[in-house]
Design a binder for this molecule. Sequence first.
Ligand SMILES: *Cc1c(COP(=O)(O)O)cnc(C)c1O
Length: 350
Amino acid sequence: MKGNNIEALVRPNIRTLCPYSTARDEYTGSLGIFLDANESPYPTGWNRYPDPHQKALKAQISALKGLPAENIFLGNGSDEAIDLCFRVFCTPGVDNAVAISPSYGMYTVAAGINDVAVRSVPLGPGFSLPARALLDAADAHSKLLFLCSPNNPTGNAFDPAELEALVRAFPGIVVLDEAYADFSAKGSLRQKVLELPNLIVLQTLSKAYGLAALRLGMAFASARIISLMSRVKYPYNINQAALDQVSRALASPVDGYVSEIVSERARVAAALPAWGFVRRVHPSDANFLLVQVDDADALYAHLLADGIIVRNRSRVPLCAGCLRITIGLPSENDRLLQSLDRYEKGDIHR
Ligand SMILES: *Cc1c(COP(=O)(O)O)cnc(C)c1O
């Protein structure tokens, strides 16, 4: 898709929106007497508004992710970026979005809030990418296509070449959610935003980086798309405490944590088939396993009574009988395996 075609996809009132300019847009220095924003002058530690453009943190994330700051949007979690995709591109009650199913629930919730219909397309055999069916589901009002790789809750990552071909073929914006990419050997497509004008890649600090409580999500896209998202967001969407703490946390690498999760994922996946009630452990490129068992509700209740909380996904399309189990600390995974052992032996909680 050509860059100029992106303009036609933007919701008309957003294309012409005059964004709120904050008091500090004109002055970027840090020394001075600030009598412009009606803030308190008393140094509580938090009396000044944070930088609405998040310049310092974007510079840090730019170095970390290898993309220019103009291609980076920071949000209050990737959930904010998901909502902004609808608000920037979709006219409520008119436009629609296409999405793989099953996938992350927020796409449908954000679509519903924005009065945008979702055309759900089931994954293919083995949770494969249903590229042809996704293209066939789109019409002239399909502004967005939501893909998630590695996908939640199935855990598998799609082939990068297949994803790229789909982005090139889709006539609207493709939102590729890579919340779990750090755990996958298939890597990230984020560098492709420099050549694919209709691609938005979402990542988050909530999973591999261990910063879920700080709420920091990232969108990578063309400078034009980033500018559209920035003009629609709340001016101070990332608060000063999050800016400070994220900046500090990013100084320590998380590679050790990620490699331990990946090796624990292999250990747990290898242990599970030993029990007769485990029917299938789906291959995972993420920090969780989707496990099909004989009686998902009974096992879920047993684990819960044992103080182990997992996600019951057995009522999700294509996931009948499945629990989604996050990989924890080695000691926590041991506790899970011990509890499964007790369940098999009939020493069960109900
Ligand atoms: C956990 C998760 C996110 C993270 O959302 P945040 O708002 O950044 O915490 C995004 N997408 C998927 C698919 C997830 O599973």
